[in-house]
Design a binder for this molecule. Structure first.
Ligand code: WT7
Length: 630
């Protein structure tokens, strides 16, 4: 760290926003609004909800039957109507909704009017294939306007979308299609990353083998050459769209009707299908996008995530569209063809709000500040961070070399389950590097011990949320007991799974996961999932996986593997096993290191003690090992 930065860190640990940001901010006085919001949670959200369109207003804002919440009870709406029709009717027909760019700098812009038409056509196409309200549709597509339009088309007709990140492989995809019992899968012929074509259709083909409930696969055939000779299971996206009417009445949805399922990793078992519903999710993503990013009518907004993650759902698709924003959506790698790619887009499109992950910032730090320095980044006003704690060094680099000391940084803590931002500062409020900040309006966060007792400042404990919020998950698909566990482990509170502490001023610092969930480059991966993929290889008898600190990725995966009789450790086998994990789960889950061992530390009841492996690996004290087998 540069000497100057170090001094800054010590003397000025609080960063005050520049006056021009405070002046135009939607929220100018965080503290008084927060105090008001916790006094009257329901009144607060009702007022926000008034800014959106409802076919019928609610009878009651919240019905809380612990641990099940219903928000905007009795209200009727449609999120695609709010994201599209509302804007077209309010004079934004010709406003650009998305600017899409790929690695070859092919560009496509779509206006709100055009997007409404595309979504309506896809919606009608889905209907013509027999998709109805409540049916599940899996979407396995590149970051693209087409993918966003497919999500909105599902929402328009009340089908539940389940987007699967296109970086996942066959096994992960199959599990998600199977669990949701998707009637239709939508995919593309390929995506491109680092100049290489990745055949998504081939992966879908293998993933759905034998899944008879899948009735159709819609294929966005990008070069028009992928569907030759395929069976009648496959339908071309283009012909479906062309043959459909550009008008589609939005389905009148109950506020509590399901909107989507998104799978995320837990401590044990298969990934859980986090279910979000319509009204509360819409209100939560709309309002956080507006005030946390301080989004205004003429802004250009860019969230660098992929639609396959919750960040993409909430902050590429629903939040920005509910606000009528102009967004950038990018396909491909951040540093390809060169590490100037992202900054060239900030310059070219005059991006005002930029939202990315610490892992990306650390990667760019490595490449060096000479890359962003080549571009005019003066349009930037608000910089966001999400996915893992941002270390102060990365925070300062982001502030200086991207924000040029003129921008504010919002470090937004939230989860797939929370649907929207939960802990952050708003742009008008001072930020502290390395600390996510304060609870968002109406959110009551606390740091507690395992019995639920609140801990004093500067003590590490479990981060919990004390009461329901509009965009919270409603259940886990088909597994209500897993949902209930969030609220019953520390009875009465929503358990986030993160460790945290707060300082005397109430700023919350997130320290990472408390459980066996890894965070690799901002992606949540369950140790169990990787271990299952490992033991699925013919040579592997047993496996245990831990996370290790990694300079860029935050955490990297190390696997300890016991081989079956007749197999010998070798470099070749290491590569083979890695490739196997890549095939089953995808590149993000591949261990950086594989160590062959004879034995794994286990409890007497046979549970692998990953904590012991981790302590040994990092040279730390192993702690209590009284339950260790021997
Ligand atoms: C986990 C949730 C929410 C979108 C991306 C990830 C970690 C997320 C932060 C942050 C520290 C963060 C937590 C959380 N996390 N944002 N600003 N500071 N940690 O969503 O895959 O559901 O993962 O990501 O550990 O529990 P997700």
């Amino acid at each position: 760290m540069a000497e100057r930065d170090e001094v800054l860190l010590k003397v000025q640990e609080k960063y005050y926003p520049p006056a021009h940001i405070v002046e135009r901010a939607w929220v100018k006085d965080y503290e008084s609004l927060y105090a008001q919001s916790v006094q009257d949670r329901e009144g607060f959200w009702a007022k926000v909800a008034e800014e959106l369109h409802w076919f019928r207003k609610w009878d009651k804002v919240l019905d809380w039957q612990f641990p099940y919440a219903q928000w905007f009870v009795g209200a009727k709406t449609n999120i695609s109507y709010n994201c599209l029709d509302r804007h077209v009717l309010q004079g934004r027909r010709n406003k650009v909704a998305y600017i899409w760019v790929d690695e070859d700098n092919n560009e496509r812009k779509i206006t709100y009017g055009e997007l409404l038409e595309l979504v309506s056509r896809i919606a009608n196409g889905l209907k013509s294939l027999g998709v109805k309200k409540g049916d599940r549709v899996s979407i396995y597509m590149p970051n693209s306007i087409e993918a966003v339009a497919c999500m909105l088309a599902c929402a328009r007709i009340g089908a539940i979308h389940s987007v699967v990140f296109a970086g996942f492989s066959e096994g992960a995809l199959r599990l998600r299609i199977e669990d949701a019992k998707a009637k239709v899968v939508i995919t593309a012929s390929y995506t491109k990353r680092r100049g290489k074509k990745i055949d998504l259709l081939a992966t879908v083909n293998r993933a759905i083998d034998g899944l008879s409930f899948v009735e159709k696969v819609i294929v966005w055939d990008r070069d028009g050459d992928a569907l030759n000779g395929e069976s009648s299971l496959f339908v071309s996206f283009d012909s479906l769209v062309k043959g459909a009417s550009p008008h589609c009445e939005p389905e009148v949805m109950d506020a509590e009707d399901p909107l989507f399922i998104l799978y995320t990793s837990g401590t044990t078992g298969k990934p859980k299908g986090v279910l979000h519903t319509t009204g509360g999710y819409m209100v939560g993503t709309y309002y956080t996008t507006k005030v946390v990013f301080d989004l205004h009518e003429d802004d250009v907004y860019w969230c660098t995530a992929d639609i396959g993650w919750i960040t993409g759902h909430s902050y590429i698709v629903y939040g920005p569209l509910a606000n009528g924003a102009t967004s950038i959506i990018v396909e491909g790698a951040p540093d390809y063809p060169d590490p100037g790619r992202w900054w060239s887009y900030v310059e070219k499109y005059r991006v005002n709000i930029f939202y990315t992950a610490p892992t990306a910032i650390r990667m760019f730090m490595r490449y060096g500040e000479q890359w962003p320095a080549q571009y005019d980044l003066s349009s930037l006003r608000v910089l966001g961070s999400v996915g893992e704690p941002i270390n102060p060094e990365a925070w300062h680099w982001y502030y200086k070399h991207i924000g040029r000391e003129r921008c504010v940084i919002v470090d937004t803590w939230w989860q797939t389950e929370t649907g929207a931002h939960m802990i952050t500062t708003v742009p008008s409020y001072p930020a502290k590097p390395g600390k996510a900040g304060k609870p968002f309006f109406t959110i009551e966060a606390a740091v507690v011990d395992s019995s639920g007792k609140e801990l004093p400042p500067n003590t590490v404990g479990n981060l919990v949320i004390k009461s329901p919020w509009p965009s919270m998950l409603r259940t886990c698909w088909g597994e209500p007991e897993r949902y209930e566990k969030y609220w019953n482990t520390i009875p009465g509170y929503y358990l986030t799974g993160d460790l945290a502490s707060y300082d005397e001023e109430g700023y919350i610092m997130i320290l990472g996961r408390a459980d066996d969930v890894l965070n690799v480059a901002g992606h949540r991966i369950g140790t169990m999932e990787v271990e299952s993929a490992l033991v699925d290889h013919p040579a592997v008898a047993e496996a245990a996986v831990i996370g290790k600190p990694h300079e860029i990725k935050g955490e990297s995966i190390k696997a300890f593997v016991i081989l079956k009789k007749g197999y010998e450790p070798s470099e070749k086998l290491v590569e083979e096993i890695k490739q196997h994990v890549r095939n089953v789960l995808g590149a993000i889950a591949v261990p950086d290191e594989i160590e062959f061992v004879e034995k794994l530390p286990k409890t007497r009841s046979g549970k692998i003690m990953r904590r012991v492996l981790k302590a040994q690996e990092l040279g730390l004290p192993v702690g209590d090992i009284s339950t260790l087998e021997d």
